[in-house]
Design a protein around this ligand. Sequence first.
Ligand SMILES: *Cc1c(COP(=O)(O)O)cnc(C)c1O
Length: 430
Amino acid sequence: MNFYSIKDKNHKASFTQAMVNGLAPNQALYFPEYIPEFSNDFYENMANMTLPEVAKHVLWPYVEGSFTEAQLEEIVNDVFTFDIPVVKVEEGIYALELFHGPTLAFKDVGARFLAKSMQMLEKSDKIRVLVATSGDTGSAVANGFLGIEGTEVFVLFPKGKVSELQQKQFTTLGQNIKPISIEGTFDDCQRLVKSAFIDETINKDLNLTSANSINVARWIPQSVYYYWAYAQLSKQNKDITVAVPSGNLGNLTSGLLAKKTGLPIKYFIASSNNNRIVPEFLKSGVYTPKPSVSTIANAMDVGDPNNFPRLQEIYGDDYEAIKADISGLSYADEEIREIMRTCYKENKYLLDPHGATGYEASKRCCTKHGDIVVFLETAHPGKFQEEVERTIGEAMVLPERLEAFVKREASFDELSAAYDTFRTYLLEHK
Ligand SMILES: *Cc1c(COP(=O)(O)O)cnc(C)c1O
């Protein structure tokens, strides 16, 4: 299948070209030329398939022409090695736990798929990946690419603004991972990455690519776990609604893409923190981006979600159709803390601040009709240890693979936020 540029339907690229380009010209997103439809047989048999088998079936139409079936099989067998269970939290409400991967957040799925797909390419030159992070993205991308031959990953993070635990997940790896602490904010890191991409000499000489969440090789594979959630719940024969804690809308639009292929999900809820751009759009039909505000669910601190054009594209820009499928709810920090406390007290289920918005949105919707609501638990609460412990007033036990990062020695370079300095640094690493 080919992918077209949302800003210019005549610009087309194969899956791997779109992956290597990251963005189409004029900062445009790539979108699949058509949305595949799967047979009822597939949906009925899914419960008897393994996760990699479901992944292969779902992803094949998108990558056909770029990879062989055997290559796709190798990729999905490498990527989907951890469990993605649906766990009952209370009557009618389930968590889809997306935190059983190496860095304990859902971004592992897309980042690993991107890394393994890059590994499949016939490379003559080393590919250099630039990624700016405020936390989860850097760790997922760095761990996905760790040890992948022919690649080098530069992770830019704002000095002193990433939690110790998150920082350890991408500064203790070594090998082909180069973390850089930038004297500035997350926006400065993003500006440096963008400047490098538009710097033609640097871009060409260093063979740069982006591992941002708009990359099709991160976006499309995320739809797999919506099918997997359905496979685990379909035997209950009830309507299913999904609540998605949302920031850049990558996760939500992956789910909507799955619904478009015929996956029987009745309804979606986009849950957010105090950055209320999407819930406000869903209410009014008017999209008004704003500067982001910081919250305790910081991976959703986004004021102008970069996957918004994909939401519009899926629905052909039809606001009424969007409204018929999705609603939005948002929660302030104090509400999020209260939700975490209540859910822990009543269900002994520990939420992270992002998942908490999805859980509460699930309670507000649909369960009264006897439907099932699944919310995406996007990260393990241990990634936000301090906040979680303060909120519930108890110490928590960290999972072993998180504890292992804490014990390792960190190492990173430090740079100012000036582009010239970063440019020189990159050239020295050629
Ligand atoms: C990235 C992230 C989100 C937001 O996902 P988007 O795809 O950007 O909407 C939510 N929760 C966690 C824990 C994240 O890391």
